[in-house]
Write a protein that binds this ligand. Structure first.
Ligand SMILES: Nc1nc2c(ncn2[C@@H]2O[C@H](COP(=O)(O)OP(=O)(O)OP(=O)(O)O)[C@@H](O)[C@H]2O)c(=O)[nH]1
Length: 329
């Protein structure tokens, strides 16, 4: 890239747990000959995704404890400035937004700020749509609707978890919400990368009616009382206990807990244990090995409505391997 060319930018959007980080990891592997600057924005005050994004030769910039679309604006502009200062080191910028971000507001600097748009070119906004949960999410969340309505490309994700009839119904729903987007089916084993990478929003935007206006920056807006709770524990967890209690907790509170993710230190285990839930689907997997000289601590973030910190803390303490029998009652 010559010094006068703007750096291409891709924004990855999608509701909580739709599969953005999983997609990003596959994209990084696929684009391994490119030097990517990856901007990770998370809602919780402690970052989890930074540890879940695979570490190729790319640079990862974490922006936590707030949503890029409504806070962190100064930090975001400062980061863009520093990325431009080193622009010969990057071929592309990929931004993963929080699951509740309005992508129009994240895209706004690239579309409406003349200085930013001279140096950075927004190529595409991709929205991952969770085929299993989107219909419920649209009923309760304005954020999910905004993400679908604004994006250039809609990826109906997790198609491995639903039937073909479900996919066709969701496709109709998405087309009704955003007739101008390109819609693809996908799952973590099968993303249509060739099509995605060749799609440029300018080509898609040309299909839009002439009266569509550039989004305006809105200084304040609500996220419908969504809150996050973050916990850090130095003690090791008992995995069996965690799985049992968390499954029960999610079963009873799934309508209020949208998303949980965490990295656990588990007694006697050499690897990080990655725990995730989307609504009440709980997934537990192995992460990277802990280094000998590294501080081993567990971090968990919950996102939802009406979350009671004391209740969560009590439940989590009961999952620690050294918890007393009396704590478990
Ligand atoms: N079955 C299935 N599971 C998937 C797929 N894509 C992602 N997942 C799982 O869904 C969960 C959430 O995936 P993430 O990639 O972390 O989702 P995210 O959108 O980055 O989540 P937030 O950043 O918290 O909004 C994880 O347990 C993934 O393994 C898919 O295509 N099929």
């Amino acid at each position: 890239m010559t010094s006068t060319e703007p750096i291409p930018v891709t924004i990855i959007s999608g509701f909580l747990g739709a599969g953005k980080t999983t997609f990003l990891n596959k994209l990084i592997t696929r684009r391994k000959n490119y030097r990517l600057a990856v901007i990770e924005n998370e809602f919780g005050e402690i970052g989890i995704d930074g540890d879940l994004v695979i570490n190729e030769k790319n640079d990862l910039f974490e922006m936590n404890n707030g949503c890029l679309c409504c806070s962190l604006n100064q930090d975001f502009y400062a980061l863009l400035e520093s990325l431009w200062a080193q622009h010969d080191q990057y071929d592309e910028i990929v931004i993963e937004t929080t699951g509740i971000a309005d992508p129009a507001l994240v895209a706004a600097p690239f579309l409406t700020d003349q200085t930013v748009s001279r140096y950075f070119e927004l190529k595409r906004v991709i929205c991952l749509v969770d085929a299993r949960h989107i219909e419920t999410e649209l009923e309760v969340s304005d954020e999910a609707r905004k993400q679908i309505s604004f994006s250039d490309i809609l990826l109906i994700n997790k198609t491995d978890l639903v039937s073909l009839v479900d996919v066709q119904r969701i496709e109709k729903l998405l087309t009704a919400l955003n007739p101008f987007a390109a819609v693809f089916n996908a799952s973590k084993e099968n993303y249509p990368f060739d099509e995605l990478i060749s799609l440029d929003r300018m080509k898609i935007v040309q299909r839009r009616p002439k009266f569509s206006v550039a989004p305006q920056r809105v200084e304040s807006h609500s996220h419908h009382n969504l809150t996050s709770l973050s916990f850090t524990f130095q003690e090791a967890f008992n995995l069996q206990n965690f799985e049992l209690r968390m499954s029960m907790f999610l079963a009873f509170q799934a309508s209020d807990i949208y998303r949980m993710k965490g990295i656990l230190r588990v007694e006697g285990h050499p690897c990080r244990i990655i725990v995730q839930s989307v609504h009440n689907d709980l997934a537990i997997g192995f992460g990277e090995k802990w280094n000998d000289d590294e501080k081993r601590e567990s971090r968990l973030v919950f996102i939802g409505r009406k979350l009671n910190p004391e209740g969560f803390e009590r439940m989590l303490k009961q999952c620690l391997s050294k918890s007393n029998l009396s704590d478990l009652i």
